[in-house]
Design a protein around this ligand. Structure first.
Ligand SMILES: Nc1ncnc2c1ncn2[C@@H]1O[C@H](COP(=O)(O)OP(=O)(O)OP(=O)(O)O)[C@@H](O)[C@H]1O
Ligand SMILES: [Mg+2]
Length: 376
């Protein structure tokens, strides 16, 4: 007997996909919990769309198994998988009315006319566009068209909703709004959703779980907080935020952490438990947002920080934030992002840079994709 409560909504087991010599996806094991919103996040070409297409049944895996609600679907064709799909470029039928666009999937399911009407009306209400049944897609804005695509996807009450960069054609303000709408709709419907994006902020703000990918390989998966705060390797740390990386060696072991000597001679105290050995090669990771800047004559923001003097070499205003490149006296360049109203520093000014030991992360240098220690 099928036990729904224990089967993940979607499961990939050892999935590979090759296109000739190109390995698009390798050794992919994934579990999506029922009702969750999972994001596949990674740079262009890392295999996100390919995974979505395999789940949809638009591509067959070269190896491995795909399960939907506990049932193996490798040999089940796309129209029997009960999935809702939304893609980047809306893909509405331009010559069909909004009603016919939204009702499309219902027609294939032999839904009676009255019921179809009711379902389309309800789907349009859910995407907050009631009453547009008679219009043509060209009479709606980009954001509205994307909501129609959403209505079309949810009207069939899919087991899984697949969205491939659905917001990338929209401008920044609209994206933000649509992000919230998708989030709300997903929670209201409780439908398991797989969302593909290469936008870190999008992934962090919406997901129950993020799967970070690179070159067809899963790099890390976890809650937004987990992958952001505890990146497992250089790639994840870099991709999910503006990180500074410095090569160094362990130069001292203390109760509360370690001390790391950089190649430039500077020493950082890093608050990390763990079994680091003296002289082990490491990579020190510090997010650009974790530094604090003060003038040379000011007191440090808190006691026991790592403190270095430097010069602002570059400054770019980004609205609420300012991005600085600070050259330390050792010559090392550090990227710092500060809150605009708290950091009035100018190019060429001498400043003092502070970072708390708890905000410094460590990666093992010699191990490819080595484990990171917590960096809050
Ligand atoms: N039909 C195909 N034939 C040959 N190679 C393909 C095919 N589809 C995808 N690929 C290749 O597989 C790799 C993964 O492609 P995919 O479209 O899944 O990436 P993606 O992560 O969705 O990228 P993007 O963010 O640019 O959409 C790429 O190297 C791509 O060139
Ligand atoms: Mg893609």
């Amino acid at each position: 007997m099928e036990n729904k409560s224990t089967s993940p909504a979607v499961q990939l087991k050892g999935v590979y996909k090759r296109f000739g010599k190109v390995v698009a996806v390798q050794k992919m094991d994934l579990d999506f919990e029922e009702g969750s919103l999972v994001t596949l996040l990674g740079p262009s070409g890392c295999g996100k769309t390919t995974i979505l297409r395999m789940i949809a049944g638009l591509e067959a895996p070269t190896e491995g198994e795909i399960y939907i609600k506990g049932k193996r679907v490798n040999d089940i064709p796309i129209h029997k998988r009960n999935l809702g799909m939304i893609f980047q470029n809306y893909a509405l039928f331009p010559h069909k009315t909004i009603f016919d666009n939204v009702a499309f999937g219902l027609k294939y399911r032999n839904v009676a006319k009255g019921e179809m009407q009711a379902k389309v009306t309800k789907a349009l209400e859910m995407v907050r566009l009631p009453g547009v049944e008679g219009r043509m897609p060209s009479q709606l804005s980009g954001g509205q068209q994307q909501r129609i695509a959403m209505a079309r996807a949810i009207v069939i009450e899919p087991d899984v909703l697949l969205m491939d960069e659905p917001l990338s054609a929209l401008d920044e303000n609209l994206r933000e709004e649509m992000r919230r709408e998708i989030d709300n709709l997903q929670q209201m419907l409780g439908v398991t959703t797989l969302f593909v994006t290469h936008d870190q902020r999008e992934a962090l703000s919406m997901s129950d779980k993020i799967v970070v990918m690179k070159d067809g390989l899963k790099q890390q998966e976890g809650s937004p907080e987990e992958v952001y705060n505890y990146p497992r390797n250089h790639f994840v740390s870099d991709f999910l935020g503006h990180s500074n990386f410095f090569g160094g060696v362990i130069a001292g072991l203390e109760d509360e952490g370690v001390s790391v000597k950089l190649q430039d001679g500077n020493e950082f105290r890093v608050e990390h438990p763990g079994d680091w050995a003296n002289n082990a090669a490491v990579e020190l990771v510090i997010r650009a947002q974790k530094f604090e800047l003060t003038y040379l004559d000011e007191a440090p923001p808190e006691p026991d920080m790592n403190t270095f003097d430097g010069t602002i070499k570059d400054r770019s205003y980004m609205g609420g934030e300012v991005s600085y490149f600070v050259e330390l006296e050792s010559g090392t360049m550090v990227h710092v992002i500060g809150i605009a109203k708290l950091t009035p520093f100018k190019k060429g000014e001498k400043i003092r840079l502070h970072v708390a030991p708890r905000h410094c992360g460590l990666l093992q240098k010699d191990k490819a994709g080595g484990d990171a220690r917590p960096a809050k």
